[in-house]
Design a protein around this ligand. Structure first.
Ligand code: PMT
Length: 403
């Protein structure tokens, strides 16, 4: 029987072109045995007719806060109590802003204030709207208040642009609801993962970075979520798609990654540093593009060290999580990795060869030599998803003594 069997799912639909996919979410939820009621915002009704949702859900669709008939029975309270889970898909930038402000200016926002059921948002918007600082702040506020984010994914957008902001497909949304952090050896545990490269600006158009694609870190995030953890990724600039049910915070520089990680530390049980963080940044960012010298002479850049995120987390005085680092080595892998683990104070370090084809950066596959105090395991060459799964089993075993 499906995990969703008998569950009451309240689907909120806000205004966006992705709303055309929302009837399919209803269909799939019902197929999984859930009961579904639909609440639409006024803007959503400009995209899809309530009749469509009524037909697929088998129930009347709700949209008016001040509906005299419904409110005689306190419609918004009744809906808020009925829901075991509220899923808002699509969640537009406007809806997220209104929720972040705690507004109660329509039925959907009002019942979100009135419910104690978990609320998941499936954002859908243009990539620049998603990246806008106002939306970022709203997203942070909502996450701090316990909302869950499902997506967004990356790819082609209805506006013709390409980037982050696509609503997850109905299948992925339903799978995420059906696989809550209620099963698996990491249920109830919060895992924070860094992934991808960092970019250290030199001037407005140039930066220092590296070849990390984020694949290894994203595969680990998926493996942690599959084991029931609540997973947050802090990702440097990379194209990898966010795994189902994983919260993603995009950053650019090591300093930004450091700030986000330190802010989340108190809420973290396991920290995994898979990002290729730049060890140095430019001492000064030139405010304008650095010009090529006429005389053909060279250019010297002064670099200063970045904060060492892994070492700082491992050295945290209070509420220190179980700490897993990575080591990217081009020679003497075991010796350098174990020395790095001790120097940074990590509980475990996963070492991989870099600078050679078929492993490490950019590759689809990898192999890991994993070290902890008094122990070692070799995880054989495999696609990154499989390797990440084997690494997570090892972490669960070492951190919690179970598989
Ligand atoms: O992203 P992919 O293309 O899939 O490639 C995967 C990978 C090769 C990037 C990954 O497997 C990996 O090895 N990640 C760590 C890369 C790295 O920066 O290694 P390092 O040996 O330089 O750093 C050691 C550890 O300290 C790492 O856990 C790193 O995240 C951490 N670190 C480093 C510097 C810094 N300022 N802060 C840190 O937290």
């Amino acid at each position: 029987m499906s995990e969703l069997h008998g569950h009451h799912i309240l689907l909120g639909v806000s205004g966006g072109i992705a709303a055309y996919k929302s009837p399919e979410i209803v269909r799939r939820l019902r197929e999984a045995g859930a009961e579904v009621r639909v609440v639409m915002t006024a803007a959503a009704r400009a995209f899809v007719q309530p009749l469509t949702f009524q037909a697929v859900s088998g129930r009347p669709v709700h949209h008016d806060l001040l509906d005299a008939d419904a409110e005689a029975a306190m419609g918004h309270i009744e809906l808020a109590r009925w829901a075991d889970h509220v899923l808002i898909a699509p969640a537009s930038a406007d809806l997220m802003a209104r929720l972040a402000q705690g507004l109660a200016d329509d039925l959907l926002t009002t019942l979100c204030l009135a419910t104690d059921a978990p609320i998941s948002l499936a954002p859908a918007m243009n990539r620049l709207m998603w990246a806008n600082p106002a939306t970022r702040e709203n997203r942070e506020t909502l996450l701090r208040r316990g909302f869950h984010l499902l997506g967004p994914g990356e790819g082609d957008q209805a506006c013709g642009e390409v980037g982050a902001g696509r609503m997850w497909e109905p299948e992925a949304l339903v799978a995420a609801l059906a696989a809550p952090a209620s099963r698996g050896p990491l249920r109830g545990r919060r895992v924070l993962i860094t992934a991808g490269p960092t970019r250290e600006a030199i001037d407005p158009v140039r930066y220092l970075s590296n070849r990390s694609t984020g694949r290894m870190g994203f595969a680990i995030a998926a493996a942690a979520a599959e084991r029931g953890a609540t997973v947050t990724m802090v990702a440097g600039p990379c194209e990898s798609a966010t795994p189902c049910g994983v919260e993603r915070i995009d950053v650019e520089s090591a300093a930004e990654m450091h700030a986000v990680v330190m802010a989340r530390l108190a809420d973290t049980d396991v920290f995994i540093a898979a990002a290729a963080v730049a060890d140095y940044r430019a001492a000064r960012q030139a405010p304008a593009k650095i010009k090529k010298a006429d005389g053909g002479e060279g250019l010297t850049l002064e670099l200063v060290p970045n904060p060492d995120i892994l070492a700082e987390v491992a050295g945290a005085a209070e509420g220190r999580p179980y700490v897993v680092g990575f080591a990217a080595e081009t020679e003497r892998l075991a010796e350098y990795a174990e020395a790095k683990r001790r120097r940074k104070g990590a509980d475990m370090i996963a070492a991989n060869w870099v600078g050679r084809p078929g492993s490490g950066f950019e590759s689809e596959r990898n192999a890991l030599e994993v070290f902890w105090d008094g122990g070692h395991a070799s995880l054989a060459d495999a696609p990154k998803a499989e390797l990440a799964s084997n690494l997570m089993d090892l972490i669960v075993e070492r951190a919690y003594g179970q598989r």
